[in-house]
Design a protein around this ligand. Structure first.
Ligand SMILES: C[S@@+](CC[C@H](N)C(=O)[O-])C[C@H]1O[C@@H](n2cnc3c(N)ncnc32)[C@H](O)[C@@H]1O
Length: 272
């Protein structure tokens, strides 16, 4: 394809490029069922939840849909600020943990649905004041149709977060040392262009996470769920262990960290 095939920038089909990355060999969907327990532990490590929640316009009269709710790290704190919440996820294990946590905390205004985000539509779940998709949109292949469905559900606001450009900085160093690229997901500005092509002009902001991840050990750092261990050969896994040993630094509490190893999330939101 040559540059001149596009007459104008508006002709670029950003969804085509978004899908191309997700469908490539390198991009295997994550198995959230396997990761449910470790995600719960990881999700408490930084200030993402507080930052994300502080951006939402909440009201005790509002109803909301939480797409890709996971084990409820957003659903649970949100539930006390809303009339009710519909929490949707495709991972049964994540929903099992969410259900346990809701029962433990006596929260009764959350309705759980086991479903993929791609299959959610207004005919089935009706209209809601807010639709949010926190950290769950990066792997959605039919992105335009899914956003169209989401937009039909939302009466007041849509909020979604996806990986920012510094999200995989620490991992990149390792993959480069192997002579490999690690692009599993499309850059966030593809989503911006997809939204604009749909006539949606979102507000875009970086959530600015300062805290780096910390690990008990090199083993813990390898198993934290960020590394796609299933796509590495035994030799590459050995190299990863060495990379982590050489690059992780011990903090005052004896935990391991790296300054580039932190979450980077970009929030897209728009008013209906
Ligand atoms: C990173 S966790 C985010 C959980 C929670 N929203 C948060 O921000 O803490 C991603 C969640 O999205 C869910 N998910 C990812 N893709 C999905 C899809 N296509 N349909 C339904 N759920 C999906 C996963 O099962 C997982 O529970």
């Amino acid at each position: 394809m040559t540059k001149n095939e596009f007459e104008k920038p508006e002709d670029i089909d950003w969804e085509f490029f978004w899908k191309k990355i997700l469908k490539s060999e390198k991009s295997k969907p994550k198995d959230w069922n396997k990761e449910a327990r470790s995600f719960t532990k990881r999700s408490k490590q930084d200030e993402y939840r507080e930052n994300f929640l502080s951006k939402l316009d909440l009201n005790k009269e509002f109803t909301a849909v939480d797409l890709g709710c996971g084990e409820g790290s957003i659903t649970i704190p949100l539930s006390k600020h809303l009339k009710n919440l519909t929490a949707i996820d495709s991972s049964e294990n994540m929903l099992e943990i969410l259900d346990e946590r809701l029962k433990e905390k006596n929260i009764t205004n959350v309705n759980i649905i086991n479903k993929t985000i791609e299959d959610v539509n207004v005919n089935e779940i009706g209209k809601h004041d807010i639709v949010l998709a926190s950290r769950s949109m990066n792997g959605i292949i039919p992105i335009k149709q899914t956003i169209q469905n989401i937009n039909e559900i939302a009466e007041k606001y849509v909020y979604m977060t996806i990986f920012g450009s510094n999200s995989w900085k620490f991992e990149k160093g390792f993959y480069r040392s192997l002579g490999k690229e690690n692009q599993h997901y499309a850059p966030y500005y593809y989503l911006f262009n997809i939204l604009v092509s749909m006539g949606i002009y979102p507000n875009v902001e970086t959530l600015g996470i300062e805290k780096t991840r910390t690990y008990e050990s090199v083993f813990d750092a390898m198993e934290n769920g960020k590394w796609r261990l299933d796509s590495l050969s035994d030799d590459e896994k050995k190299k990863l262990r060495t990379y982590l040993k050489e690059n992780l630094i011990e903090n005052d509490e004896g935990k391991l960290f790296h300054p580039d190893d932190r979450a980077d999330w970009v929030l897209f939101w728009w008013k209906k």
